[in-house]
Design a protein around this ligand. Sequence first.
Ligand code: MG
Length: 392
Amino acid sequence: MRIASIRQGVVPISSAIANAYIDFSKMTASVVAITVEDGAGKKATGYGFNSNGRYAQPGLLTERFIPRLQAATEAELTRKDGGLRPAGAWAAMMRNEKPGGHGDRSVAVGVLDMALWDAAAKLAGVPLWRLLADRYRGGQADDSAWVYAAGGYYYPGKGVDALVEEMKRYLGMGYTTVKMKIGGAPGTALKEALSEDMARIEAVVKLLGGDGSRLAVDVNGRFGLHAALTYGAALQPFGLRWYEEPLDPLDYSTHAALAEQYMPPIATGENLFSMLDARNLIRHGGLRPDRDILQFDPALSYGLVEYLRTLEMLARHGWSPRRCVPHGGHQFALNIAVGLGLGGNESYPEVFAPFGGFADSTPVVDGRIKMPDTPGIGFEAKSALWAVLKDL
Ligand code: MG
């Protein structure tokens, strides 16, 4: 097994949307293509990109991670059964990196890791979800994955009616659960922001037939403990699906304080980028394995090689993989959800094009999605994304 070539590019994710923390109009993504040869005449090209919320990483890729991957030996890249070994590639990429400080480096490695898993599944002639089920779950794969529609962003001039119309479109597409941003009303004091958000939430819950368990809300890490508790008290009666990133993602003890007061599910983890950060959340965040949701995004956090370590850590702490619903809305995490038995996956039906969304041939039905049989991650089965990747 050897790396024949690695190509990379930077593409914009043009969007007028904003959440409570950032404006996405300047967001970019790295895309890579890695061609691998198995030494027995077989060759495959895998593709990768970074998940939304973090910027393209051309500098880190060019200066450190691509040269190290190109220098990986055949022994490092090859499994005992002759298949491609992403864990060996990972160790080569991380040579000369100190522990801790997971910032943007985990994004750069994640882009390459995604492409390596795409290539590994293509060389094996199977979809990635099948490869994962065979390698790590005794061949058992789920027949579909639960997905929910994430949206409800703040746009300039967007009122409650436009929010309800947006959520109506998601229900029309086959989703049963939706998510909206809260806590982002610009320049408003807590009391006013809360009353504005309550009107938004009440309108969406009404659309959902009064069933709050079909709505999740996302703060994007904006609140301190006081605001998180104030909102929590107001949200509690709705019995929402979950209350997402109420607090700074790295401030574990405040999560524990909130989890003592707020009884319905809390979700977090999309901004934790390593197994060790995830373990600190589990050790110190006071989260409850019977209800809370973990949203680590494999594409942002050193890829699937590291995500497998995170799942192993969770199992040792008594957490089921069903409690994991990755952030990002990409096909990589969807394959992982089906192949490794996670609780589901995020989906962005109207934003982060063309990276969000799934294969063209697999519509959402009753809030679930089936996987195509395309070898690899399935990018070729999503025409808008393939149009960008194939230019590499
Ligand atoms: Mg979020």
